[in-house]
Design a protein around this ligand. Structure first.
Ligand code: PLP
Length: 406
């Protein structure tokens, strides 16, 4: 009998939809175990609710949203995004330069499909949000990971970026604020990256989905704002800042030297038309969301849930021997380092699996974010403080006598 196999294009794409750790967690749950989940950046899972202004707007406009829209999106949403780019100091973006997407995920894929031919190289951070690496690989590109340096608060190592540029390098991706490290990039580092792009004719992709999720009075700088001469694709969305990941709302804006990217933009337009348009009711969320930038701000201030949960997880980590971390200032992730030698850890996925089996807490290993050393894991601090304390206490207990044996 004929067997249906997946396309060989997917063979090189390292994107674990499930993976052994998640499979095990689901099997344990099915067998009745209660798992503490610190693995997923989905606010709704932890009872964060969508702001009323968004829900009401979508409900009111449902009947007006029945048809396909312009493939880039409804004008009112794209104009609101243009206003937002101005607020961020990005010059020269018009509604024609804006594309809405079913989440940023769809647009990331589109950006990579439009850019990369077989063998073209693209610089992506390590650690990364793994969709970037997966979509670039699927498009036929060769991903070259540059290091973000933990000793410099996880800033991109610009010397490493420079070292890794070849005649085949087409673009550089930055994720700022970063998933999984929670780092917020300094203006100085962004200027250095822009200079590298300028000297080497590189396109820049800036994933800024966490730019409104900042703590401790930190301020975000868009690289497009400080490099108006360069062609930059800035990507953003509402999944995180407005807690509506399920609505699937993202966008991207093109700025800088669009003339040099004429052919690339033609490709984007073609791909945008091929999917007809993004979900129109969800596009209705954009205008009210961007008119209410403070809708979720209280969560990030002292007394707010995300702020207090960040502090709780950091306080608890401070008490665990063998763990260190850089305090995140953005997003809702921390990427702690574990003393791999001390616990004989040579396989970080096994470490996370052993912890899950023994203590029923689910984390993601650093390798899931293209971090090569087996010495990191990611914690999502969206769960309530009690869950975070309980999980970290279990981690401390687990490490008291953990010695990896494979
Ligand atoms: N980019 C980063 C850095 C993310 O962390 C995520 C989701 O976790 C996405 C993009 C995808 O976002 P969306 O829900 O808009 O597809």
């Amino acid at each position: 009998m004929r067997s249906f196999t997946k396309s060989t294009k997917l063979d090189n794409v390292a994107y674990d939809v499930r993976g052994p750790v998640l499979d095990e967690a689901m099997a344990m749950e099915a067998a009745g175990a209660k798992i503490l989940k610190l693995n997923i950046g989905n606010p709704a899972t932890f009872n964060f609710e969508a702001p009323d202004c968004i829900v009401n707007e979508i409900a009111d406009k449902l009947t007006a949203s029945e048809g396909y829209s312009n493939s880039k999106g409804i004008l009112e949403a794209r104009e609101a995004i243009v206003q937002y780019t101005r607020y961020k100091g990005i010059e020269g973006v018009t509604a024609e330069d804006v594309y809405t997407g079913n989440g940023l995920s769809e647009l990331i894929n589109m950006c990579m499909q439009a850019l990369l031919d077989n063998g073209d190289e693209i610089l992506i951070p390590s650690p990364d949000y793994p969709l970037w690496t997966a979509t670039a690989t699927l498009a036929g590109g060769k991903v070259v990971h540059y290091i973000c340096d933990e000793r410099s608060d996880w800033m991109p190592d610009v010397a490493d970026i420079r070292r890794k540029i070849t005649p085949k390098t087409k673009a550089i991706v930055i994720i700022n604020p970063n998933n999984p490290t929670g780092a917020l990039y300094s203006r100085d580092v962004l200027e250095q990256i822009a200079q590298v792009a300028r000297e080497n004719d590189l396109m820049i992709f800036a994933d800024e989905i966490y730019d409104r999720l900042l703590m401790d009075g930190a301020e975000h700088t868009s690289i497009a704002a400080i490099a108006p001469d360069l062609f930059v694709v800035t990507l953003n969305g509402l999944s995180k800042s407005h807690l509506i990941a399920g609505y699937r709302v993202g966008w991207m804006s093109l700025s800088g030297d669009k003339e040099s990217a004429k052919s690339y933009i033609e490709g984007l337009n073609m791909l945008s038309s091929m999917r007809l348009c993004s979900n129109v009711p969800a596009q209705r969320a954009i205008k009210p969301a961007l008119a209410n930038l403070d809708a979720t701000k209280a969560l990030l201030l002292p007394g707010g849930r995300i702020y207090e949960q960040r502090n709780a997880v950091c306080d608890a980590l401070d008490k665990i021997d063998g763990i260190s971390y850089v305090r995140p200032r953005g997003a809702f992730y921390v990427f702690p380092k574990i003393e791999a030698k001390r616990f004989n850890i040579t396989n970080d996925e096994q470490f996370v699996l052993d912890f899950l089996r023994q203590k029923h807490v689910l984390l993601v290993h650093g390798g899931g974010f293209h971090w090569e050393q087996p010495d990191h894991f990611r914690i999502v601090f969206l769960p309530p403080v009690e869950t975070l304390y309980e999980s970290m206490q279990k981690l401390g207990e687990f490490l008291e006598d953990y010695h990896q044996s494979l």
